[in-house]
Design a protein around this ligand. Structure first.
Ligand code: MEV
Length: 437
């Protein structure tokens, strides 16, 4: 039987589910019940979620947890994190405690510039295009005034419009490269609306301009924001004297610091390690980005591009020992918002924002960078001392127990037993078998 369907999006939610269950699950009622069991009992709330996207059939839960005790620029925070990986919040909470008694995290927003581009083709003389472009700059601002009015009133708007000749890389290819300040919003809709207006202005003005009329027309290819925002940058760091570091098993404090710095250096020069190293950073970054209703795909794409800015993919963090001081820092681009998008719509996003004291976008950038640095610290600290599996598997124990359908008393006994015994799937299976015997 063909699984092709026409007009799926026009069906009701009930009809869509019936079609799915009949076509893919052999009419199995349990398959339908699985979807239904994740619906919200509050119809209004469910409708809100249904309307976020097209073809919603259920909700997909991820845990929302919190990591308390963060001191960032002398201020206390409890950070909300949405993540499925069992050890991430525990690592964040451990790192916050570690650095909380060593002066806390310090952050600086180095820039908040967003970028968008109109990509177009033009076959005529470049000088004519440049002089035409300069002559219509005011027109770009005038034509987009209704879009930029509110943003200007909030202190943002268009910062610069530049014509870029890209014909060396691609025949006839030019761009209008536009920089924006979108204040507390991520700004995607604002930027794209401005760009589409610039494209219209460009084509309209070219048709009548003395230098360009009668030439091959400008062909707009596309107008879209860039998720690469190297000037929307935040830095987070921790520092303390080597003597103030915690004693680690089997290592002096200096040996630990040196091993830690070496681990970061390896991630700077070796891409395989760099990707995993940065993945650990993204464990913290994505979790806060998600909890605060921001676009984690945009953040991921932008950050990994930034990690490759030298032509090689490298560590996003750096670690140094200067005389007796250990410093660990992270610098990442982050285009996030605290107004607009899901931030005003999703009740748990609103809750998370409130937990953070309703931050401005710049403050949220700082908190996200700190979460990334904290994760990176936790991972490296384990990696260069006990190894990652000890802590990881301890946190994974409950997942294994749930997978093996352990009851509450077995779980309690297992958690106690595995405090002193290495966790593995087979060890937990054996433990349960013995407790059933
Ligand atoms: C696992 O989610 C993250 C780590 O692999 C990060 C790292 O290796 O630095 C532990």
């Amino acid at each position: 039987m063909s699984k092709n369907i026409v007009g799926f999006s026009r069906k009701t939610k009930e009809e869509k589910i019936e079609w799915l269950i009949t076509t893919y699950f052999g009419g199995n009622k349990d398959a339908k019940q699985t979807l239904v069991s994740y619906w919200n009992s509050d119809d209004k709330l469910q409708q809100l979620h249904d309307e976020f996207i097209e073809n919603t059939v259920s909700n997909f839960y991820l845990p929302l947890g919190v990591a308390p005790n963060f001191i960032i620029n002398q201020k206390e925070y409890t950070i909300p994190m949405v993540i499925e990986e069992s050890s991430v919040i525990a690592a964040a909470a451990k790192a916050s405690k570690y650095w909380g008694i060593r002066g806390g995290f310090r952050t600086t927003v180095l820039g908040q510039e967003k970028i968008g581009q109109v990509h177009f083709m033009y076959t005529g003389a470049p000088e004519k295009l440049f002089s035409f472009f300069n002559s219509i700059e005011a027109q770009f601002h005038q034509d987009s005034a209704s879009i930029t009015k509110n943003m200007n009133a909030r202190g943002g708007g268009i910062s610069s419009l530049t014509l870029v000749d890209k014909t060396i890389e691609l025949n006839n290819f030019y761009q209008i490269h536009v920089c924006f300040n979108t204040v507390d919003s991520m700004g995607a809709n604002f930027i794209n609306s401005c760009l589409e207006q610039f494209a219209k202005t460009l084509v309209r003005e070219a048709a009548t301009h003395v230098d360009l009329k009668g030439e091959e027309p400008i062909e707009i290819v596309m107008s879209i924001l860039s998720n690469y925002v190297p000037n929307c940058l935040v830095r987070a760091e921790v520092r303390c004297t080597i003597d103030a570091l915690e004693p680690e098993e089997g290592l002096t404090k200096r040996e630990f610091a040196e091993k830690f710095v070496r681990a970061v250096e390896i991630a700077r020069i070796e891409p395989h390690r760099a990707v995993t190293h940065n993945k650990g950073i993204m464990n913290g970054v994505d979790a806060v980005v998600l909890a605060t209703g921001n676009d984690f795909r945009a953040v991921e794409a932008g950050i990994h591009a930034y990690a490759s800015r030298t032509g090689q993919y490298r560590s996003l963090s750096t670690a140094t020992i200067t005389e007796d001081e250990f410093c660990f820092a992270l610098e990442i681009p982050l285009a996030v918002g605290t107004v607009g998008g899901l931030t005003n719509l999703h009740p748990l996003v609103k809750w998370s924002m409130q937990l953070l004291g309703n931050p401005k976008a710049s403050e949220l950038m700082e908190l996200i960078a700190v979460a990334g640095l904290a994760q990176n610290f936790g991972a490296l600290r384990s990696l260069v001392t006990s190894g990652i599996q000890k802590g990881h598997m301890k946190m994974h124990l409950l997942n294994i127990l749930n997978q093996l359908n352990a009851d509450p008393s077995q779980k309690e006994a297992a958690v106690d037993h595995f405090k002193t015994t290495p966790v593995s799937f087979s060890a937990v299976t054996e433990f349960l078998k013995a407790s059933n015997a």
